[in-house]
Unconditional design. Structure first.
Length: 336
């Protein structure tokens, strides 16, 4: 890949442009995406103009945005060179995570090679998952390095999704014998007793996000078989009492809705050879008035312990629809 700067030939007040050479035309097609959708995404997010010229892309815009766009394009092309696909989510990840260099020459040298150690990848049966923000990357690394990790932040930041992905990866590799996923069955405006069916039918809607995540990482028949064999368990928090969870990857989701006693009970289930991840959002507590959240108490009591990792997310880490981040920020401002 070659990179060169050119002055705009017509108007002196128009930002200068950078030309990037991409030697392989086939990879160039994948880089641009169907109907140039990848280029359009970069243009939209960075306020630059990208123009295809044969096996080159001209990047036009303000210096900082231009450098950022060049860096993102180079990283995506390097991804293609090693046989990896480039989808819109990969473009989004690079836009969120790639640092802007102060010097284009230094940036070009830095981007020539991306060490494998910089990439964090979770491999599952159906697909590989990569963190899309720096906070997500730190969260995944902490889950891999610590026996007990907390992920705290707003909805849509990938806390549960990444935790389940790591759990499946550890299970596939044989590092754990089973996966245990749990949630408090706390009512958020709708009474359990009013729902039709037996207890399983009443509880399953609360567990659905966990089923959804598992379905993303494991083939349907294999998942059903593992659930039937109890090698993957999805159960309300109350069902954890009296158990010792050894050689398991355990995830407690929506932990802000666990009481202090429930949280203590759950944390003390950790057995030999197990890992535990606790996720929650302190702004969405559905407990009755006057009942302390176990997540907040755990954060206060355990934060000083060196073998426990606390990881925090903000609205900048939201990877759902862009409006979700705006909604979260609006509610945060309103609560100040």
């Amino acid at each position: 890949m070659a990179l060169s700067s050119l002055n705009h030939p017509i108007e002196s007040d128009v930002p200068s442009q950078v030309l990037i050479d991409f030697p392989d035309n086939r990879l160039m097609i994948d880089l641009c995406g169907e109907f140039d959708r990848n280029l359009a995404e970069i243009e939209n997010k960075l306020s630059v103009q990208l123009i295809r010229r044969g096996n080159q892309v001209a990047v036009i815009g303000a210096e900082e945005s231009r450098q950022k766009a060049v860096s993102v394009l180079q990283r995506l092309y390097q991804r293609l060179e090693v046989g990896r696909a480039v989808e819109l989510e990969d473009v989004d990840r690079e836009l969120r995570m790639d640092p802007v260099s102060k010097n284009s020459e230094a940036m070009e040298k830095k981007q020539t090679q991306m060490p494998a150690a910089e990439r964090v990848e979770i491999k599952t049966r159906k697909k590989s998952v990569e963190p899309r923000t720096e906070a997500q990357k730190a969260y995944v690394r902490s889950m891999l390095a610590h026996e007990l990790a907390f992920g705290i932040g707003p909805a849509g930041t990938g806390k549960t999704y990444l935790a389940v992905a790591v759990a499946v990866s550890k299970f596939i590799s044989g590092e754990v014998d089973r996966i245990v996923l749990s949630r408090p069955a706390v009512e958020a405006g709708e009474k359990l007793g009013y729902l039709p069916g037996d207890m399983k039918d009443k509880v399953d809607p609360y567990m659905q996000p966990l089923y959804d995540a598992l379905n993303d990482f494991l083939p349907g028949k294999q998942l059903a078989k593992l659930i039937e064999e109890k090698r993957i368990e999805i159960a309300p928090l109350a069902f954890m009492r009296g158990r010792t969870l050894a050689h398991a990857f355990v995830v407690l989701d929506e932990a802000q809705n666990a009481t202090s006693m429930q949280m203590k009970m759950f944390l003390t289930r950790l057995g030999e050879g197990s890992r535990m991840v606790i996720t929650g959002d302190r702004t969405q507590i559905d407990l009755p008035r006057g009942v302390n959240s176990g997540l907040i108490d755990a954060e206060r009591f355990l934060k000083h312990l060196p073998k426990i990792s606390f990881n925090y997310f903000t609205s900048k880490d939201v990877i759902r629809h862009p409006l979700v981040a705006a909604i979260i920020e609006a509610y945060d401002r309103g609560s100040d």
